[in-house]
Design a protein around this ligand. Sequence first.
Ligand SMILES: NC(=O)c1ccc[n+]([C@@H]2O[C@H](COP(=O)([O-])OP(=O)(O)OC[C@H]3O[C@@H](n4cnc5c(N)ncnc54)[C@H](OP(=O)(O)O)[C@@H]3O)[C@@H](O)[C@H]2O)c1
Length: 335
Amino acid sequence: MESIGWGILATGKIAHAFARDLALVPGAHLAAAGSRRLESAEAFTAEYGGTAHGSYEALVADPDVDVIYIATPHALHLDNARLAFEAGKHVLCEKPLTLDVADAEEMVRLAGVHDRFLMEAMWTACHPVIRALREQIWSGELGTPRHLHAELGFRVDADPDDRMLNPELGASALLDMGIYPLTVAHLLLGPAEQLTATAALSDRGIDLDIAIAGRYPGGALATMTASMTSYSSRRCEIATDRGRIHFDDFHHPTQAVFVPHAPGPGSWVVEPGEPMVLLGEELVIGQGYGNEIAEVGRCLRDDLRESPLVPHEQTLTLLRQMDELRAQVGVTFPS
Ligand SMILES: NC(=O)c1ccc[n+]([C@@H]2O[C@H](COP(=O)([O-])OP(=O)(O)OC[C@H]3O[C@@H](n4cnc5c(N)ncnc54)[C@H](OP(=O)(O)O)[C@@H]3O)[C@@H](O)[C@H]2O)c1
């Protein structure tokens, strides 16, 4: 495979951010974009290149496209992926993969039936700083994590029909934002043993704010929030028995800082040591979407069907957790 031809399915907000980063990734190019409206696809390809298609069906049939990036609202991901697999394309699908684990299992099954690559676009798991931090935490070098706190939220001022607020399209602070603290906790602490949530719901029954408490292997605890009504710190802090780690914009941080605390000899007093900055070995490409694009390219060149950074089982585990949390707070989707 010389340069991998990408087909972007949908031309909304994240599709633009993705296309900007795609242009920075060596060995990858935008072959085509597909939209429900031809004018929208044409405006998109005028900006980023490639062929414009006025339907998703025409996009997946394009022979210049090797892999489809699905950038529609979550409730549509499964149908879009089915279309792509049936046309013989590989798939990178936006997060959350689907609304619930049953649909995600079906998507994984379809990828297997058609022998195609499938990865959830969980860019955080491909991010160089998160990968470096994960390695260092698991090596024990930063001590044993005992408590993680992460929060992600911003005020959503959108039309009631917008995907962020419309239950028909899978609106949910948990699915949109809460997936990130849950993912970071999963990557850094391991699979949750217990999760409990409380939430504030909209008058249409979707979770606008959610707070989650979790217990992880070895007794590590996590507290996590997601909000569509307020501006959170977007920070993650981890307390270990050796010190404290913190990183801002935690789902795509530019760096993480470890502040060690060393006990003074013969005394109970602890003194903070020199902070240590973790950057990761690879460069961040663009906003960080470039790194997930590069990871898909690496997997396709190695003829893999799933990525070791975002394995299917990890995606399914996170969706199982979110199913359980939604059940606890009483959120169901019409579909
Ligand atoms: N990784 C990240 O950082 C990140 C950030 C934001 C969002 N996301 C994920 O990306 C997905 C899309 O989010 P977005 O913010 O880009 O959404 P958006 O701006 O609303 O765009 C969604 C696009 O999907 C297409 N679409 C097809 N059927 C639709 C329908 N019935 N209603 C609305 N749109 C429909 C439309 O494109 P056409 O008209 O061109 O067909 C629309 O522009 C979501 O699953 C979200 O979780 C990920």
